[in-house]
Design a protein around this ligand. Structure first.
Ligand code: HEM
Length: 559
């Protein structure tokens, strides 16, 4: 009788469910899944994504994953269906070289309800978007571009150098993070929209501070975890009225979004003036990237409706169309262009200033390296000298060929990559994948590589925590830090494959000019570097959000 009671329907169901849960969610992933043979970054990683989610929530992901690789080798398991891969062969060459698709992690970067190059998850729409603008970002185009040369010349001679000269003359320290953020946006927006339309944040503190306020509202640091790592849950909770983030951020930020639409509208006017002959097409005064996007997208058949995305549905809820931002109706083509350009402005702001900041920090700690760099810069046929009557700047190709300047930037990007975090991809449907020594990885597995870990492999980069530009030089002095000859292949600050940074050549070029301007003419020392340690996250600037330096005129020694 007792046994019959015990075997009642509810208890049998309960036992069956428990067995199912035990087998499906504990025994299978821990012992029988094809991923079971891969070392776990943490014992819980085999059975639940909760562990890695917590690691992300507490902002210790890059360092934790790096430690796991040090303990367990090039492939570690981060969750029941998630891996981190820290090798080139059967690693980044497979995942990124073969173009595995992106995950929802990237949807955060859509603008106006429209996916752009960065936020497109699938290969096909991505390659259409990338083809539109690849040529204006190719190295050969940029190095020979009269527009870039004119932009760089004007911004350096009229904005950056007078500002630093004034700080040097008055003995006033400067927070270079703010300067580099302003310079990055001024240079990039001038290339996108032309100098007359681009920002002038270096000289206009009020405009820059207002923009920064809107930017932080639109991209708050804590939104990254919620919207990149658990977007589904975040939106589900929002629908239930539980807002883990400010409502505005989940849906959209009118002012920030309107800013880029406004720049596009002004670039359109500039183009019209050039087209009508009212204005000559002067180098630097032409909206190069905007015009390219406009010309190419004109030929494309574009849906009348912006793609359905979270911002759009919210805009409709508020009783207005996405295209009505700024009270001017926007066509799908205009929104498509603005989505792309806003994303690229945000990409620039998020990366380039961090790199410049760490170059300046390392140089300020290494006066001898600063002296050597200055000697190299002064050896240029046309050095970038402040106050020269003709405001000349070096030829971009000659500057690009300087070995030490290149080495200083490469080493900084290695040690302090602006995007050190995991770049998630998903293994393709229809076949199994090999990563590292592990074959048979099933379709749909999340795979990540981290510049933070790749750049700290001591076999490739001896003394990985040290800043040694010499390792990028081909000379005897580099022998100590050379490691293997694999360092170019392991250098991953701009990612690799079809989703590699489209702006890498532009970034390198404008960083070289900016550093050449500063270090030909000035000598920098640290005034306040509290909080210089890099944050731990997908994008990672200094924890203190600042670096205060003092600049003095460069010594006149014959170097
Ligand atoms: C030092 C400066 C920069 C660094 C370190 C950097 C780094 C990166 C990295 C690592 C990625 C791949 C990210 C991922 O897939 O998760 C990426 C992609 C991208 N970057 Fe950059 N970036 C820099 C500057 C720029 C600039 C100046 C622009 C535009 C003007 C730009 C535009 C983009 C775009 C559009 C993508 C997406 C490419 C695609 O999916 O095809 N970046 N960048």
């Amino acid at each position: 009788m007792a046994l019959i009671e015990f075997l009642s329907v509810p208890s049998v169901t309960l036992v069956a469910i428990s067995i199912f849960v035990l087998v499906r969610h504990i025994l299978y992933p821990a012992f029988f899944s094809p991923l079971a043979k891969i070392p776990n970054a943490h014992p819980l990683a085999a059975i639940t994504p909760a562990w890695i989610t917590w690691i992300r929530f507490t902002n210790v992901e890059n360092k934790t994953v790096y430690e796991a690789h040090k303990r367990h080798g090039p492939v570690v398991r981060l969750g029941p269906s998630e891996l981190s891969v820290n090798c080139v062969d059967h690693g980044i060459k497979t995942i990124y070289g073969k173009g595995f698709e992106k995950t929802n992690f990237y949807s955060f970067f859509a603008n106006y309800g429209i996916l752009n190059m960065f936020s497109s998850l699938q290969s096909h729409p991505h390659s259409t978007k990338k083809k539109r603008i690849s040529n204006v970002y190719s190295k050969s185009h940029l190095l020979g571009s009269a527009d870039v040369q004119a932009i760089v010349s004007q911004i350096i001679h009229e904005r950056i150098l007078p500002l630093i000269a004034n700080k040097a003359a008055t003995n006033t320290p400067i927070d270079v993070f703010i300067l580099y953020q302003a310079a990055a946006l001024d240079l990039t927006s001038a290339y996108f929209f032309g100098l007359p339309v681009g920002t002038n944040f270096i000289q206009n503190d009020d405009a820059r501070n207002k923009w920064l306020q809107q930017y932080h509202k639109s991209h708050p640091f804590d939104a990254i975890f919620w919207l990149q790592h658990i977007p589904g849950l975040t939106l589900f909770l929002a629908k239930l009225g539980i807002h883990v983030l400010p409502k505005d951020r989940i849906w959209f930020n009118d002012e920030f979004d309107a800013w880029c639409l406004n720049l596009c509208a002004r670039a359109e006017n500039l183009l019209a003036e050039v087209d009508s002959g009212t204005d000559e097409r002067q180098p630097g005064n032409f909206p190069v990237v905007y015009e390219q996007l406009k010309r190419i997208t004109k030929k494309e058949k574009m849906s009348e409706e912006p793609s359905i995305h979270l911002k759009e549905s919210a805009a409709r809820q508020k009783g207005r169309e996405v295209g009505d931002l700024l009270d001017v109706p926007r066509s799908p083509q205009q929104l498509e262009i603005a989505s792309e350009l806003l994303d690229q402005l945000v990409a620039t702001h998020g990366t380039l200033p961090i790199t410049l900041l760490y170059v300046s920090w390392e140089l300020s700690r290494n006066p001898e390296m600063q002296r050597r760099l200055r000697a190299e810069l002064k050896s240029l046929p046309i050095p970038l000298e402040y106050g020269s009557a003709e405001k000349s700047i070096p030829d971009a190709r000659t500057l690009d060929d300087l070995p030490l300047l290149h080495a200083v930037i490469m080493e900084t990007l290695r040690l302090h990559p602006a995007i050190p975090g995991g770049q998630p991809r998903v293994t393709p449907q229809g076949s199994v994948t090999q990563v590292g020594d592990y074959a048979g990885i099933p379709p749909g597995t999340l795979v990540n590589s981290y510049a933070w870990s790749l750049h700290r492999n001591p076999d490739v980069f001896p003394d990985p925590e040290g800043w040694h530009p010499e390792r990028w030089l081909e000379s005897e002095e580099s022998a100590t830090y050379q490691g293997s000859d694999k360092k170019e292949r392991w250098f991953w600050a701009f990612s690799s494959g079809s989703r590699m940074c489209v702006g890498s050549n532009f970034a390198m070029q404008v960083m070289k000019f900016t550093l050449a301007a500063l270090y030909t003419n000035f000598f920098s020392t640290i005034v306040d570097d509290e909080g210089i340690e890099q944050m731990d996250g997908y994008i990672a600037g200094p924890k203190g959000d600042k670096l205060v330096l003092a600049f003095k005129p460069a010594p006149q020694e014959t170097e």
